[in-house]
Design a protein around this ligand. Sequence first.
Ligand SMILES: Cc1cc2nc3c(=O)[nH]c(=O)nc-3n(C[C@H](O)[C@H](O)[C@H](O)COP(=O)(O)OP(=O)(O)OC[C@H]3O[C@@H](n4cnc5c(N)ncnc54)[C@H](O)[C@@H]3O)c2cc1C
Length: 472
Amino acid sequence: MPSMLDAVVVGAGPNGLTAAVELARRGFSVALFEAKGTVGGGARTEELTLPGFRHDPCSAAHPLAVSSPAFRGLPLERYGLQWLHPELPMAHPFPDGTAAVLSRSVGETAASFGPRDAGTYRRLVTPFLHRWDTLVRDFMSLPLTALPRDPVTLARFGVVGLPPSTWLARRFRDERARTLFAGLVAHVMAPLSGFATSAIGLVFALAAHTRGWPVARGGSQAISDALAAYLRELGGAVHTDYEVKRLDDLPPARAYVFDTSPTALARIAGFGDTYARYRYGPGVFKIDYALDGPVPWTAPEARRAGTVQIGADSAEIGAALRAASRENRAPDAPFLITVQPSVVDPTRAPDGKHVFWAYGHVPHGWDGDLTEAIERQLERFAPGFRDRVLARATAGPPELAARNANYIGGDIATGAVSGLQTLLRPKLSLFPYATPHPAVFICSQATPPGPGVHGMPGHNAAKAVWRRLRQT
Ligand SMILES: Cc1cc2nc3c(=O)[nH]c(=O)nc-3n(C[C@H](O)[C@H](O)[C@H](O)COP(=O)(O)OP(=O)(O)OC[C@H]3O[C@@H](n4cnc5c(N)ncnc54)[C@H](O)[C@@H]3O)c2cc1C
C-alpha cells in the first residue's frame, strides 16, 4: 500500500464497490474496508437454509441494476456477471385466480389490466419507452452531477412522476392497474400518497419493458464479486472483516468515502448532529425458503414470473404500508414482495427444488414474528404452499440490522423514502455526497438517487471525489 492512498472506501455494498471502481478506473489508488467477511452488503448470496440452496438474503430482482448507467458502463460480464431473464418480469395475482403482469411487451401488460385501462397504460408509458436509457441516466444523475441530455423528456417525466401515486392511480378506471402500481411503489416502502411516488411506480414499469427484471446467475453475490474482481484488477485493495469505528482506524488517504448510514458516518467522523434530522423508515420481515418444488400459484402468470407481488387490492396494500409506517403495528394482511430466482436459474437449488423469498413491512425496530401472517397471505394465492417448505430462514428488523449496520431498525432503504427525503437525502443540499469535512464523502443509498442495487449513489459520489482529488 502506498504511504498515502488517494481514496479509502468504507463499506462494500453496491455503492461502495462502484465508488471504489470508478476511482480506481481513473488511476487513483484505492483501498476498501468492509465489516463483514464477504463483499456485497445488500447484494450477496448464502446457503441460509440447506446445503445446495443458494439464497439472496437481500436483493434478488434487478430491474435497477440492469438499467443502471453506472453498471452498464463497466465490464462486469467479463468478471462473471450474467443476467437471466424470467419469462415475465413481474406478476400480481388476484384472489379470483387471475393476474395483472409487467411483461417485456407493453401490449401484454396493458391487456392484463383489462379493456378499460389498456389504452391509458399505453399512453402513460409510450412517451418514455424509446428514451429510457437517456431518461434513467438523467434522473439518476441528479442533483447536479451531470447536465441532463434530454431535459424535455426529463421535465415531462417530472410532470407525471412528482405527484403522489394515488394521483396516478386515478387515471385508471379499474382496480387491476391500481393494485399493480400500488405494489410497485411499495418496493421502496414509500407511502402511496408520498411526493414523487408516481415516479417510483413508473421507473419499475418502464424498466420491465426496456431492460427487464433479471436475476443474476448464481445469485446477487455475482454482481458484487464482479465489481470486486474488477476493482482488484485495477489495483484496488479489498479488506474484509474490518469494521471501521473511527477515522483513525483507516490508513492515511486524500479522501474517505462512506457507504454507511449518515448516523454511522457522523459517529465515526465526529460530525455531531449534522444528520440528526435524517429519518429512518419502517423495517421488513424477510423469509428465505428452501422448497420441494415451485410455488403452487393459482394464477399461471405467477408461475412464469421472477417477481410476484402479493396484495389483494390497492386498499389492502395501502393499509399494510400505513400499519407499518404510521400506526406502529404489524399489518394483519402484509403486502408481500416475493422473488423466485430458481424459475430461471437452475444453479440456485438441487434438481427439481427451488429457492424463494418473501418479505412484508413491519414497524421500525419491530421484534415480533411475521411468519404466520406471511404464510397465510401466500396460501391465499398459492394454496398448498406450506406443504412445499423444506426449510425457512427468518429475519426481522433486529436480525437484518445485525447482518448489515446500514439497516437501522430493519430499514432496508437506509432512510425513510417519504417527503422531500425521497429525493433530497441525506439533507437538503445541492452537494449531497459532501460532508462537513472536505475530504470525507458519503455514497450509500442514503444519498440520491436512493435505494436499490444500481450503484448510482456510488457513481455520483465518485465524481465529487475525483473533482476534489484533481484540485488538491
Ligand atoms: C430483504 C431485502 C431485499 C431487497 N431486495 C432488493 C431487490 O430485489 N432489488 C434491489 O435492487 N434492491 C433490493 N434491496 C435493496 C438493496 O439491497 C440496497 O438498496 C443496496 O444494497 C444498497 O446498497 P449500498 O451500497 O448503499 O449499501 P449496502 O448494500 O447496505 O452495503 C453497505 C455495506 O457497508 C458495510 N458497512 C457498514 N458500516 C460499516 C463500517 N462501519 N465499517 C465497515 N463496513 C461497514 C456493510 O457491512 C455493508 O456491506 C433489498 C434489500 C433487502 C435487505
